[in-house]
Design a protein around this ligand. Structure first.
Ligand SMILES: Cc1ncc(C[n+]2csc(CCOP(=O)(O)OP(=O)(O)O)c2C)c(N)n1
Length: 572
């Protein structure tokens, strides 16, 4: 029935571009595409909320390194998807979102689910376009895929709106004879030789260089360790790249983040924006520290603070060339070695503290105690997903893994379960463990149903402290009362069982190790598993201490905010 239709052309094109699965929620406005995808042998992972479809595609893209597709119906399907698209936009994730809309003859006449989708999507996508001619679909899809992957610009989500009658249009067979291209290869760009010379000189003249990696470093995981060794730089990861450099690398000094940032005389950003997590590169915080900025996209070179040198080019090639230039130069390393020693001391102390973190007066576990036990059971190539308030803050520091995903710079809590599904679909051979607050879990926990129906083994750990704890603390500290921030210590294990998952509720120290052992064993046997652990809402996380939750005026963290205020006062 769908042969030779616009919808079939979409399916044929996606298949030719390497798409194996699409995350989707059904509706009449996309039914031709839906059926055509199935006809073409593309798996449809049918979800329970459109936001989740986009989250899953986002995680799937992160694990495959390719673009991934979400399909949503018109009107509320598109509006539900918006949070996921906004998250992909801020994280620069190559997600292609396809939507349907009313037939062209009914457009603008009050049709069912008729909204200006593109107007809603435009500010949060690289391309938001309505397709009115079925024969143009391969070209439009290729253009959107290229833009999503960041060819010629910043990567990020793209949105195509395809009216349902366009999906039904019948086309000449010849249009289906597509060039077979598995995804689009990213064209390479090279930094200028003389700029590389200047950059190498900056590094050579520095006594305390620090490398900070971000999105754009993910493609350069092989070149990065060598560059760190040759440049003698200390290394700080960020959420965008956590795990790309093994903890054993001598440049890893994450536990000494503050000392590394304040002591640096040269900061080298690799594919990283100077956003709130890096104090916007403000002179109030970094003074006259020099900056060398490296990326394959301009947006990671020129935001907030221009570099003393900026190198626009393929990151791997740039790092290799810099390494060559520095190979026989004398590079001081004492500072980094000092940081590393202190980092190791602090990390060991943290692991020790996690093992013994005391429960509260009600016997509720300290989140670190829980994380300490999870840590012991993680495989080396585990994919860890963290979500929530306090628990995210504890997990970011307390869990290490070769792949780590979290709500990212949008701070978009509620992504854990769909991210776990997207990641597990992309990498079924790897262990996937999502640690989430009970509040965060509530947004998309229903996707346990999707995991069960699609037989996706993975593990969700709910840190159940009966509250939006990080917000409670803010309310109590600044306003002296908690309003609208308490939850119920709900039985999430019972909820999980009702969806067919294997689930355990763990209360108290004695139950922790046996409960986790049983849960990890069930997961290893191929089950989808949830562990609901009663934790203390009284444990204060570092995000709570540093002021992230209270949103200061000038900077994200209280100490930086104070520095910025003083600096502004001195200037005026
Ligand atoms: C979608 C969304 N809504 C609200 C917030 C604000 N917020 C940030 S952390 C947090 C509390 C999270 O609570 P929970 O997941 O239970 O973790 P806990 O702090 O209790 O460990 C809230 C409401 C947000 N970041 N994103």
């Amino acid at each position: 029935m769908t042969q030779n239709s616009g919808a079939a052309l979409i399916a044929t094109t996606l298949k030719a571009r390497g798409t194996e699965r699409v995350f989707a929620l059904c509706g009449g406005h996309i039914m031709p595409i839906w059926m055509a995808l199935d006809d073409a042998g593309i798996e449809i992972v049918d979800v329970r909320d459109e936001r989740s479809a986009v989250y899953m595609a986002h995680a799937h893209a992160a694990l495959t390194g390719r673009f991934s597709v979400a399909l949503v119906t018109a009107g509320p399907g598109v509006t539900n998807a918006i949070t996921g698209v906004a998250n992909a936009h801020v994280s620069r994730s190559p997600v292609l979102v396809l939507a349907g809309s009313p037939p062209r003859p009914q457009e603008g006449r009050g049709a069912l689910q008729d909204l200006d989708h593109c107007a809603l999507m435009r500010p949060i996508t690289r391309i938001a376009k309505k397709i009115s001619t079925a024969s143009s679909l391969p070209r439009e899809l290729d253009f959107a895929i290229s833009a999503a992957l960041g060819i010629g610009g910043e990567p990020g989500p793209c949105f195509l709106d395809i009216p349902v009658d366009v999906q039904r249009d019948i086309l000449p067979r010849v249009i289906f004879e597509l060039e077979q291209v598995a995804g689009r290869a990213k064209p390479r760009a090279r930094a200028f030789e003389e700029d590389l010379d200047v950059a190498a000189e900056l590094i050579q003249n520095s006594n305390r260089p620090v490398v900070i990696s971000g999105r754009g470093a993910n493609d350069a995981a092989d070149a990065l360790p060598h560059f760190l060794e040759i440049s003698g730089a200390a290394y700080l990861d960020t959420g965008e790249t956590k795990g790309i450099l093994p903890e054993s690398h001598p440049a890893q000094v994450g536990a000494m983040r503050g000392a590394a940032l304040s002591g640096a005389d040269l900061i080298i950003t690799i594919g990283r924006k100077l956003d709130f997590q890096l104090a916007y590169g403000s002179p109030a915080i970094f003074g006259s520290t020099k900056f060398l900025r490296i990326s394959d996209v301009a947006q990671e070179l020129n935001d907030n603070r221009l570099g003393d040198m900026a190198l626009l080019g393929t990151v791997e090639d740039t790092l290799e060339k810099l390494s060559k230039r520095l190979a026989d130069k004398r590079i001081p390393r004492e500072w980094v070695e000092d940081l590393r020693r202190n980092h190791q001391k602090r990390s060991a102390a943290l692991i020790q503290a996690m093992e013994t973190a005391p429960s509260d007066a009600f016997g509720r576990l300290h989140p670190n105690r829980l994380l300490g036990e999870i840590r012991k059971r993680l495989k080396q190539n585990a994919i860890v997903i963290a979500d929530g308030g306090d628990i995210l803050s504890f997990a970011r520091v307390g869990l290490s893994s070769s792949t780590y995903l979290d709500p990212g710079p949008l701070g978009c809590i509620g992504m854990a379960t769909p991210f776990a599904i997207g990641a597990a679909k992309a990498a079924p051979e790897r262990q996937v463990v999502a640690v989430t607050g009970d509040g965060a879990f509530g947004f998309t926990g229903i996707e346990m149903d999707t995991a069960k129906r699609h037989n996706v083994p993975m593990m969700i750990v709910v840190s159940n402290n009966g509250s939006w704890a990080i917000e409670v603390r803010d309310q109590m500290d600044r306003f002296g009362k908690a309003v609208g921030t308490h939850l119920q210590f709900t039985d999430y294990a019972g909820m999980a069982r009702s969806f067919g998952l294997k689930a355990w509720r763990i209360e108290g120290e004695d139950a922790l190790a046996p409960g986790l052992d049983a849960a990890f064993a069930a997961y290893a046997e191929g089950h989808t598993v949830l562990v609901d652990v009663i934790t203390s809402p009284e444990a204060v996380s570092s995000d709570s201490k540093t002021g992230l939750a209270i949103v200061p005026d000038f900077q994200a963290l209280s100490a930086w905010d104070d520095a910025e205020r003083n600096w502004l006062e001195e200037k005026h």
